[in-house]
Design a protein around this ligand. Sequence first.
Ligand SMILES: [Zn+2]
Length: 385
Amino acid sequence: MLRYRLTLFRLLGFPIQIDATWIFIAVLILWSLSTGLFPMVLPDQDPAIYWRMGGVALLGFAASIVLHELGHAVVARSYDMPIRSITLFIFGGVAEMEKEPPSAKAEFWVAIAGPIMSVVVAVAFGALAYLFGGPPALPEIGDGQIQTAMPEAVVFSYLAFLNVILAVFNMVPAFPLDGGRVLRAILWGVRGNLMWATRVAAGFGSGFAALLVAWAIFNLTAGNPVGAVWYFILGLFVHSAAQGQVYYQKIRSALEPRPVKSFMRTELVVVDPDMPVERLISEYFYTHYYKSFPVVHRGELLGVVYASDVRKTDSPERLRVRDVMRPADEDLVIQPDTDSATALQRMQINDQTRLMVCERGKLIGVIALRDLMNFLSIRQDLESG
Ligand SMILES: [Zn+2]
């Protein structure tokens, strides 16, 4: 999930992206509003009007989710937690954080900022609905009442209602929903034990997931298979996200006290930037069987050269290592005293299996994903044995 995404624009410095799965949900929303909800609430209009209302409502829907995530992102940034992006995907939105909350207080305010933002947005859309003459009266079956609301008022009422739902649903105390994070922050603050707080909050998350699955079964027996499938998938998603967080927290607490230098390997095979690529292939890739090599000149790390990048070049006989290497930027480099949980996270975010350990620009070692995984697996064996 979240592999095929497109950056639309930047808002307050955050890249706003859509994931391919969002297209599916956007089509579903547009279709169900334009052919279902709007014709029911505001009958006897031209179909073109319903589609226009649907289009505006879809934009408002996307904006509502972006604003909710923006609430999280702005508060996170104020606590020095960088946000990589805000992404719309099939289950709504996500503000991707590169760091964990530094304190219970930070987690509390970051988590609650999204629902607070949704309440504010709900009030704003409600005000707009009243500017256009107020929301439509709820249709009562068989009373023959004629609806006189304006299309704008219908759309803004819908968006106000949607934001109330967003705030309420997200405040369910089921980790990893916002309400679950608020719960975890409170538990963490009270006892000072993040692992315990995560377990309890994730327990609530899995309990809520079980309710969603039960609700799916009820929908199935009530003749609503589409709703049933939706709630079932949502239940599975919440459950796996909750348990994933417990697993993730275990890894963090195992790696956090250990600095990068305790896992670092110092016997290095490095290449010179002026080496011809042909020699790199025969004497390095086919001799040492690494997929990448640090490029070093006089002890200084200049970049990393990857087998996959060499493969893409047309004429390796005329190229040198410096022509095909990737520059040593902060995605690939880490400091020896940084904790290993941060190293693991950086590998995952940047899809790397090794990071270069540098001190004042000089390469002093390499930390490998495989070594971190071996350590975690040994620890697991010792603890459950
Ligand atoms: Zn949220």
